[in-house]
Design a protein around this ligand. Structure first.
Ligand code: CP3
Length: 344
């Protein structure tokens, strides 16, 4: 049986709208916080049983169509020689950021099976644990977003370091993007081979670029990742935040689905695609902090705008906020299902 999410990614008609939520496993769930009391994020990711456990937690509570494997886009950078920490309240911090072409040359080769086998083992075990009509989603960071972390090293307000590296060190930037596109392509291929049904590429920070820079220095590398994945036969999702000005270009990178945030109404965003892609989104994550009435209205607005067009995957416009009450998720998913039964 082809899972509902896979069919929707291909733009086929489905009996229901597949729904999953970015960051559906994580701190808003008390059962996740309990695991985190005893284990760091990197400890969880290095242990296939803990990874499987937290990956499945949201599926035990909510009527979701997919499990996204618990990992982080930055994991492949660690075996490449990057010293990474997740600092509470600050996010990811890299102690040896990239500042020169010799730093790029010094990055070590990444071998998914050798370096990240716990994640791959967890994909296989989650695939056997979920229903046949559910999907397992594997993911990776897009070259530009990974390069931003590597060059910025920590939180940034304006991406000044990565942008000046792009203009001052064009050769080194190209070499870095070429390495990272290979890393993400091989990492997603390994996840598909381990059993991931759908693959998502997160280009979280692409929206900080203007369209000319994105098109000339970034697009071909994201395209390169999707090109490598073509022969795997697994649908792909491309996602960027805060990027309404890049929609046309993002939709040309070669994915089956483009994920959009909440900044544009979903029908307007879909109308701007310049390639024939399915769409994922786009409830504002803060809608889940409102009253039940507000949540139901916000979900209904998304569903009405899509109006039953095949190729819609319901999701948030970005990751779940840590302060989200789990009950809000139950309400949102119920609102998707009741919209459909009323429309049927
Ligand atoms: O269900 C899931 O989606 C969880 C799996 C997941 C994590 N990171 C675990 C995590 C996924 C899909 C990611 C992707 C990721 N990581 C992205 C792309 C998605 C996006 O949000 O745009 C990015 C940019 C990162 C980098 C990253 N990792 C950041 C910015 C942070 C800190 C943010 C925060 O909320 O603290 C992390 C840490 C991180 N990765 C957490 C989780 C659950 C929170 C820390 C914790 O549990 O201790």
């Amino acid at each position: 049986m082809t899972p509902c999410l896979v069919r929707a990614c291909r733009g086929e008609d489905t009996s229901r709208t597949p729904a999953w939520l970015m960051r559906q496993a994580g701190r808003y769930l008390p059962e996740y916080r309990k695991v985190r009391e005893a284990h760091s994020l990197l400890d969880i990711c290095a242990d296939s049983e803990l990874t499987s456990k937290v990956t499945l937690q949201p599926l035990e509570r909510f009527d979701l169509d997919a499990a996204i494997i618990f990992a982080d886009i930055l994991l492949p950078l660690v075996p490449m020689g990057i010293e990474l920490d997740f600092v509470p309240g600050k996010g990811p911090v890299i102690r040896n950021p990239i500042a020169s072409s010799s730093d790029v040359d010094a990055l070590r080769p990444f071998d998914p099976r050798e370096h990240l086998h716990p994640t791959l083992e967890a994909i296989s075990s989650v695939r056997s644990a979920v229903r046949h009509d559910s999907s397992v989603i594997g993911f990776a960071g897009a070259p530009f977003t990974l390069a931003s972390y590597l060059i910025e090293g920590g939180p940034t307000k304006n991406f000044g370091r990565v942008k000046s590296f792009m203009s001052n060190e064009p050769q080194a930037f190209l070499a870095l993007m070429t390495k990272l596109r290979d890393v993400s392509g091989r990492w997603l291929t390994a996840q598909a081979e381990a059993g991931a049904d759908v693959l998502q590429l997160f280009d979280t920070w692409a929206g900080w670029l203007d369209p000319v820079t994105y098109e000339s220095l970034v697009l071909e590398h994201s395209k390169g990742v999707f090109d490598v994945l073509k022969h795997m036969g697994r649908p792909t999702i491309h996602f960027a935040v805060g990027a309404p000005h890049l929609i046309e270009l993002l939709s040309q990178a070669g994915s089956d689905v483009l994920g959009v945030d909440w900044r544009l109404p979903i029908d307007e965003a879909w109308g701007r695609f310049s390639a024939d892609c399915a769409i994922q989104g786009n409830l504002d994550p803060t809608a889940l902090l409102g009253s039940e009435k507000h949540i139901r209205e916000a979900v209904r607005d998304v569903m009405q705008r899509v109006n039953g067009r095949p190729g819609h995957i319901f999701n948030l416009g970005h990751g779940m906020l840590p302060q989200t009450p789990p009950e809000a998720v139950t309400i949102a998913i119920d609102a998707v299902r009741s919209y459909e039964s009323a429309a049927a």
